[in-house]
Design a protein around this ligand. Structure first.
Ligand code: AQP
Length: 327
């Protein structure tokens, strides 16, 4: 069987540089080495309340973002999660081997549940089981994600190991692919938090569809650390974060980045970072806006058909092994 990758992004809000640098950017290179499945995970999005009309529009926009970033529909399968019913079906089946205590231990659940307090939806707890289903459905070898998803992939492996043990060898065990630089892009207004779509304050993130003026304003207001030296240093997380974004967008090495900023001040760093970001965004956004509705619909329906071809027999096999096929 060919080596496979699977990954996805939730259409919960406008995607940001963290989503691109931590995840989507890596898909573009990996798609030529692996058989690739990139999904817009809209079923994950409803683990928090969503406006239905906005969710529908964003779902298509996230697929456009994949294409604009360089995911090639001739090479990769791009599809919407809810179009392939087997994701929800396998999730339910995997609930039969997942323990409540494992789900309650997940950091993302604990953090988000804290924010949503009274209104935590049951789906938020089940989120990692749906993610396990997404991954295991395609017999995935590698899952390129940002650092925040590492724990969910470990749980996916635990679920797969348990299923294989209880019902016979069925699933491949996936590995996470977490980039050395960019796996955790931090918020511009608080470098102790990751850049996040759901953060109430948009100043902390550069959205992939921000215009040049907004990008300039956000970087200008980005917090910095005390001191003046511009170099990578874990004890100065704000500057290190800005340098990491600069490094990834320019393709320079860490040494080249530090040499470039030697003797320069924070204002110069922000100005060069703004220019590098706008230089990346301009062609990216042009490609995003050039993808027509019909073309997108065709790509997503081809993707759905390709994904279902793989997903259907796996769900059938799992049901057979669990003794509920053909009931
Ligand atoms: N700050 C980040 N740095 C690097 N990678 C990141 N990712 C998310 N934030 C960062 C990676 O982007 C992919 C898609 O994320 P998601 O849609 O599944 O949402 P998330 O991981 O919960 O993070 P977000 O975008 O901040 O959304 P909210 O605010 O809704 O939680 C994943 O591979 C993720 O690791």
């Amino acid at each position: 069987m060919p080596k496979r990758i699977f990954s996805g992004v939730q259409p919960t809000a406008n995607l940001h540089l963290g989503n691109y640098l931590g995840a989507i950017r890596n898909w573009v290179g990996l798609q030529h080495e692996y058989e690739s499945f990139f999904c817009v995970v809209n079923l994950h999005a409803i683990t928090a309340p969503q406006d239905p009309r906005e969710l529908a529009a964003r779902t298509r926009d996230v697929a456009r973002i994949y294409l604009a970033a360089g995911v090639d529909p001739q090479v990769s399968t791009i599809f919407v999660q809810s179009d392939v019913h087997e994701h929800a079906e396998l999730e339910w089946l995997l609930n039969g081997v997942t323990r409540l205590s494992e789900l309650e231990r997940m950091t993302q659940f604990k953090d988000k549940a804290k924010k949503q307090r009274e209104n935590v939806l049951a789906g938020l707890l089940m989120y990692p089981v749906l993610m396990a289903a997404d991954i295991l459905l395609y017999q995935t070898d590698l899952v390129p994600v940002g650092h925040d998803q590492k724990q969910h992939i470990e749980l996916t492996r635990d679920i797969a190991v348990r299923f294989n043990r209880d019902y016979g060898e069925t699933f491949r065990l996936p590995e996470p692919f977490i980039p050395k630089v960019g796996a955790k892009i931090m918020s511009l207004d608080d470098p102790s938090k990751k850049m996040s779509k759901s953060d109430e304050n948009p100043a902390g993130r550069i959205a992939l569809l921000d215009d040049a003026d907004t990008i300039r304003r956000k970087f200008k207001r980005a917090v910095t650390d005390s001191g003046t030296e511009i170099r990578f240093d874990e004890s100065r997380p704000a500057i290190t974060n800005l340098l990491s974004i600069y490094q990834l967008l320019t393709g320079k090495t860490a040494a080249e980045v530090e040499a470039n900023f030697e003797g320069k001040g924070y204002a110069q760093l922000k100005s060069e970072l703004t220019d590098a970001t706008i230089e990346f965004m301009r062609p990216f956004q042009e490609r995003f806006h050039s993808i027509g509705d019909e073309e997108l619909t065709r790509i997503l329906s081809d993707g759905r058909d390709r994904a279902r071809e793989i997903a259907r027999p796996i769900v059938r096999e799992v049901m057979k092994r669990m003794g509920i096929a053909g009931a």
